[in-house]
Write a protein that binds this ligand. Sequence first.
Ligand code: NAD
Length: 251
Amino acid sequence: MSELTGRVALVTGGTRGIGLATARALVEAGATVVVTGRDADRAEAVAKEFGGHGLGLEAADFDSVGAAVKQVAAEHGGLDVLVANAGIMESGLLGMVRADDVRRTLDVNVAGAVAAVQAASRAMARRRRAADGTERRGGSIVLLASVVGTYGAAGQSVYAASKAAVAALARSAARELGPRGIRVNAVAPGVIRTDLTAGLPAEVLDRQAAAAALGRLGDPEEVADVIRFLAGDAARYVTGQVLGVDGGLVP
Ligand code: NAD
């Protein structure tokens, strides 16, 4: 039996990048996995490839996120793992930032994560009978922060602020939800090779690779493996942590 056999996991933004790698890792660990993407058909098609399920969700819409989480828990007999991964990164110097840019980033990265944590914690707090017949209560929530939220980065003030908020959300939700058996942690990746970072200038990527102790950028699977650890019972006494997955980055 694998470590997540009989567990139900939801990965938001699981159609590509870190989310997709995480969904694959959780399936490999035995979980029933639902991924969400902005487009329901695409999410379903991607999920089929690795034996999961797909669902449409707009992360910036607080109610839509709550409804999607509720739907997953209802259809699969509960929820054990939430990976609130959906996120956007818009770069721009402070002088160019407009109010709408700030709102969009905070809506997707912060409000979307809050909505997911809120709905997931309601589902996880309920006692439920799992597919393997065991009774369960509680769960594990993993959020996606970023090294940028800790160190900051020129041209990424808004994104950095949103990721610092996500780290604070993980620490606070862990305190509030711990008594109900729900662990909440965040990973703070360095620069990982995905669509999100593909547009960054080559010299920025080279500089980030050189600033990492391991001397290279990361791959989505390297973040997914840490999320898988945090999702499972091997991390049963770990909560309220923001774990760097950055190759030893010292910017
Ligand atoms: P990505 O752009 O490859 O994937 C992002 C996912 O989020 C996609 O599935 C996308 O559909 C979904 N998404 C974005 N906006 C959405 C919205 N409004 N509604 C619904 N879904 C939406 O990005 P990635 O690199 O895999 O990043 C995943 C997470 O990791 C993000 O939260 C990102 O901030 C964080 N992160 C990434 C890096 C990196 O270097 N790639 C570093 C630190 C943190």
